[in-house]
Design a protein around this ligand. Structure first.
Ligand SMILES: [Zn+2]
Length: 281
């Protein structure tokens, strides 16, 4: 093959540098073995070499769409709107004053509208602001957990993963935090845009009542769905009872006086008796 290359030139090699380059070219070509197959179109983007609209769309999406190392988290015990809100918050896509200024919006001040001590970005608003600290402390006290001053979602996730709770209960706890941040964001918006300022002392009560109603209703729905499936799959009695106890634990986490004050009735939840068989609460 190297011989055919040299004969394909319009003139003979002069020597010197040209000769050296020819030698190098021949050494490269010596390792090339051409196939006897006929030429064909080859799509170099993928190893298969075949063109596919789907593969091209995925390749364009990977180049254009933003990617994040942290996977999207979804808590099934709370409404979709709050999961979407958290998806935006985790990606720092909420219109905080810091983000608005970054996009060229002219603002009178970048300070937090609630405490006026620091620039309002997502981490200050949901973690280090005095309002956020106050709310998150009370959430931890409600769940009998030690509060920590988190500064980011990653720190909070590390703390959450270190807590010893069942997967079911931990997911509800995560949902309660999401609801808390949702209410903090709503409080901030009302504080800025409404003439009548929101009442700070009611914020935690609203968080507890809403998160309890949302989580409880969805827990019952999920339980009913699982029970419906159990008639088909004949689930064993022990696992079903363990599930009942988990639901009870969630209910017991809500202070009894609070339940009465908000007229929240724990209907349909069973309580284990001393003999281990369920009875109505
Ligand atoms: Zn603040």
């Amino acid at each position: 093959m190297s011989g055919s290359v040299e004969t394909s030139f319009r003139r003979a090699i002069r020597g010197g540098v040209e000769h050296q380059q020819l030698v190098e070219l021949q050494s490269v070509l010596d390792s090339v073995i051409l196939s006897s197959a006929t030429d064909r179109w080859y799509f170099s983007l993928f190893s298969s070499g075949d063109f596919s609209v789907k593969e091209v769309r995925l390749a364009i999406d990977n180049m254009v769409l933003p990617s994040h190392d942290v996977p999207t988290r979804w808590v099934k015990f709370i409404p979709i709107k709050i999961n979407v809100f958290m998806w935006r918050a985790r990606r720092d896509c909420l219109p905080t004053r810091h983000n608005l200024a970054h996009k060229g919006v002219s603002l009178e001040s970048l300070s937090c509208p609630i405490c006026s001590l620091e620039t309002e970005d997502i981490h200050h608003l949901l973690f280090s602001c005095s309002l956020a600290q106050e709310v998150l402390k009370r959430v931890c006290r409600w769940w009998d957990l030690d509060y920590q001053l988190w500064s980011s979602f990653s720190e909070w996730e590390t703390w959450l993963s270190s807590i010893r709770l069942t997967v079911h209960i931990k997911s509800i706890l995560e949902g309660v935090f999401y609801v808390s941040w949702w209410f903090i964001w709503g409080f901030r918006n009302r504080f800025i845009f409404e003439d009548i300022k929101p009442v700070r002392s009611r914020l935690f009560d609203d968080i507890v009542s809403s998160s309890f109603l949302w989580c409880n209703s969805r827990t019952v729905q999920i339980r009913m769905m699982k029970k419906a499936n159990s008639t088909i799959r004949q689930r064993n009695q022990k696992s079903e009872w363990e599930e009942e106890k988990e639901i009870m634990r969630v209910g017991l986490l809500v202070p009894e006086g609070f339940l009465l004050s908000h007229n929240l009735i724990f209907s349909g939840v069973t309580v284990p008796s001393s003999e281990g068989s369920p009875k109505k609460a």
